[in-house]
Design a protein around this ligand. Structure first.
Ligand code: PEP
Ligand code: MG
Length: 754
């Protein structure tokens, strides 16, 4: 049965439109369970009807004509109950409804299985038989399993079809696709798809007549790639440190080595065309590396494959590099890498959309840092079909609109203008304090993680960097940066911001952020080896980082160190011991280090409930609401299926946050919030009322939050807080907070909420 299921799903995925897919389903299912009839009804939600869309066994003329009210007949019963209806004698059932057009009178056995996606009934899969008997339990579970898979396939086919319709006539409709994470802002532009045409592993072999010409073509591709790597490395000089650009140098080295190039040329001389010769050579070398004992060399296999793919893209003339990007580029792809993002000149990139990627993937953090609106996790996105189309990216609603109608287009342009106006209008707040009308002050800091966004932060007059995610520098390399390299990075960060404070967070990898050269395969990565847990288990890596931070702190006095993912007192004790050890080691070497303020991230429920002990061991704490929300609500912060459940305004998240703020204040320690909550106006309003000392957020939100703070009275926000703490859902709390913002004349901020 499993094979049949797989085959049906595969066949459907190869169809071009919905009716072809449905016709295929009915024929295949009818054959698979040896029944007399199989039909599919699709639900038209606007009219509240199920429409017969395909059948094998009923009168073909009934297709498209038979329409059942939502809960009419046994089919309607299956849909309205959202469960299978399996009866031996349909005409005898009270819900049975005879429909002459289908010619179904002689059938007795009936089974209807709803096709459901994300709680929504898309249609009903129906089988009927002459015989008076119930379908067996096996048949029923086959149909249920198939229906569960069909839901996804049907959505895909519908999107493909909708895209084709858009191609025929731009006015015929607009297609919206939803993502799970975003970088806020709205953009309108032309889709530029970065998507390898063929995966390297699938590049076919092909005989050629003229090996000389093919060899020349390949040599040209290699030369162009070398030049491109040089160009990328140069371009990134402005954005990344020399160490961060090391990856490009490693690629260049691989390309200059004889084996890869000569191996391919030899195969070309033997009569294979370049893509096939390249595939064979690259896979051969990648396998040799993959089998090596040394973990560092083993990891080089991934670089060889990546480089092979880049060369193949070039050979296929589908390369993403060196292209003429339109002035309003919306970069799209299955997965967009940092180098692909940085390849587009900054003035040309307007937005970003990807199938994969999450709010914390480094490309997302970079997009946010650079103020590029983006939507990630658009699982239905068919990038292969979107090149050149006009696309709107709405980072507020996490939606992508393909070929917006003229009216929608106007709407997006209006939003873009309003945003720009709002930002311009807020510029005068740059150097003013974030102080409420009745004199309560909060410090506002920026989140950062690269040189590019920290420089932008400095230029926009922020009070400091409240969270510097050090792992971003680790992501952009092909090995762990050594102490010297890290010292250079941290010193540069401190220098750029000096004298404003910078909170450097120690490595927070694991979870959804595995390093390419330090793979961690786990069933439950978010509950696994992550953040401080890795640092404590790899004291060599941790101490190197701490030494580098402390050394950077000798030149500039604006350093603080933040420890991520602390969940127990003993973890914190161990981390502080290692820190002392690093300090003493440096002192013994004659380096004049001082101990900077040390803080912990509060982002795990156990840290919330032990905050009174933990906070007394350190100088400050920062609430990581991104993780705290996911751990308190048991909602994976990157999973689109449960994204609706993820809300930092959930009463329990607010209660936990309030507890941490109160306990920290009682202990006389500064407390901040550095998760996305800090940049969400409704949430920031409540955090302000709770007495938080500082908020650290992406730069794009900073002036908006400052405007909000300067427009309200602290006393009134406290009254609001008391009121919302009585409410029992995030939705009710958000609504109430938004009404408050509206009443303060801050309706311009409302869109920037969740
Ligand atoms: C958080 O969890 O809120 C946080 C700021 O850290 P990160 O998003 O990097 O996990
Ligand atoms: Mg976190």
């Amino acid at each position: 049965m499993l094979d049949i299921l797989r085959r049906i799903v595969q066949d459907i995925n190869a169809t071009r439109n919905l009716s072809e897919a449905l016709n295929l389903i009915v024929v295949e299912v009818k054959g698979a369970i040896h029944t007399d009839v199989c039909s599919v009804y699709m639900t038209d939600h606007t009219r509240g009807e199920h429409v017969l869309m395909a059948t094998d066994g009923l009168r073909p003329g009934a297709v498209g004509k038979v329409r059942l009210k939502f809960d009419q007949g046994l089919t309607g019963l299956a849909a309205s109950r959202a469960e299978p209806v399996n009866v031996d004698n349909a005409p005898a059932h009270p819900a049975f409804r005879y429909i002459a057009a289908t010619g179904e009178a002689p059938f007795h056995g009936f089974i209807g299985v709803p096709i459901i996606r994300r709680r929504k009934v898309l249609g009903v899969l129906v089988a009927q038989q002459r015989e008076q008997r119930k379908y067996t339990a096996d048949e029923e579970s086959f149909l249920v399993t198939l229906a569960a898979q069909l839901a996804g396939c049907i959505t895909q086919v519908e999107i493909r079809q909708a895209l084709e319709r858009l191609g025929d006539d731009a006015l015929s409709g607009t297609l919206f696709l939803e993502g799970v994470a975003s970088a806020r802002g709205v953009a309108l532009g032309e889709a530029v798809v970065v998507f390898p045409a063929t995966a390297l592993e699938r590049a076919p072999d092909k005989d050629i007549d003229n090996p000389e010409a093919e060899a020349a073509r390949f040599r040209q591709a290699v030369a162009a790639e070398l030049a491109e790597l040089q160009r990328l490395s140069e371009r990134m000089r402005l954005l990344l440190s020399a160490g961060d650009r090391a990856l490009f140098d490693a690629y260049a080295l691989l390309l200059s080595s004889d084996s890869l190039v000569n191996g391919t040329l030899e195969r070309i001389q033997a009569g294979n065309w370049a893509p096939g010769a390249l595939r064979a050579t690259v896979l051969e070398y990648a396998n040799i590396f993959a089998e090596m004992d040394d973990p560092y060399l083993r990891e080089r296999a991934a670089d060889i494959l990546d480089l092979g793919q880049r060369l193949l893209d070039r050979l296929q003339d589908e390369q993403i590099v060196n292209r003429d990007y339109p002035d309003n580029t919306i970069l799209m792809g299955d997965e967009i890498s940092v180098s692909q993002l940085l390849d587009v000149p900054q003035e040309k990139i307007k937005g970003l959309v990807s199938v994969r990627g999450t709010s914390t993937s480094h490309v997302a953090l970079l997009a946010r840092g650079l103020g590029i609106p983006a939507v990630f996790g658009v699982s239905n996105l068919p990038p292969g079909r979107l090149n050149g189309r006009e696309v709107a990216v709405d980072g507020y609603t996490m939606r992508v609109c393909i070929q917006p109608s003229p009216a929608l287009r106007q709407e997006y342009l209006k939003l873009i203008n309003e945003e720009a106006e709002l930002s311009r209008g807020l510029q005068h707040l740059r150097d003013l304090p974030a102080e409420t009308l009745d004199g309560h002050r909060v410090d506002l800091y920026a989140n950062s993680g690269l040189f590019a966004d920290i420089a932008a932060a400095r230029n926009s007059g922020v009070q400091g960097v409240g969270l510097y995610r050090s792992e971003l520098h680790f992501f952009l390399r092909d090995r762990f940066p050594n102490e010297e390299e890290q010292t250079t990075i941290y010193t540069r960060v401190l220098r750029i911001m000096d004298p404003h404070p910078v909170v450097l967070r120690t490595l927070d990898i694991g979870g959804d952020k595995p390093l390419p050269y330090f793979p961690i395969a786990e069933q439950n990565p978010f509950l696994g080896w992550r953040g401080i847990r890795i640092s404590l288990d790899q004291p060599d890596l941790f101490k190197t980082q701490l030494r580098a931070m402390l050394r950077a702190g000798t030149a500039y006095a604006n350093l603080s160190i933040l420890l991520p993912m602390i969940s127990t007192v003993s973890e914190l004790r161990d981390a502080l011991d290692l820190l002392n050890c690093a300090k003493e080691g440096l002192q013994e070497e004659g380096v004049p280090v001082r101990m900077p303020p040390i803080g912990i991230m509060v982002e795990v429920p156990s840290a919330v409930w032990q905050i009174d002990q933990l906070i007394r061991m350190v100088d400050f704490a920062s609430i990581g609401s991104n993780d705290l929300t996911q751990y308190l609500l048991a909602v994976d912060r990157n999973n689109d299926r449960v994204a609706k459940l993820y809300d930092s305004l959930h009463p329990v998240v607010l209660a936990a946050t309030r507890h941490v703020i109160e306990q920290s204040r009682a202990a006389g320690r500064p407390i901040s919030v550095c998760g996305e909550m800090a940049g969400d106006p409704a949430a920031a309003l409540l955090l302000l009322a709770m007495g938080v000392d500082s908020l650290s957020m992406n730069l794009g939100s900073l002036l908006k939050i400052k405007w909000m703070i300067r427009s309200v009275r602290y006393e009134e926000t406290q009254a609001l807080l008391a009121e919302v703490l009585e409410l029992d859902t995030a939705t009710a709390i958000r609504e109430r907070a938004n009404i408050f913002l509206d009443q303060q004349g801050l309706s311009g901020l409302l869109r920037v909420g969740k």
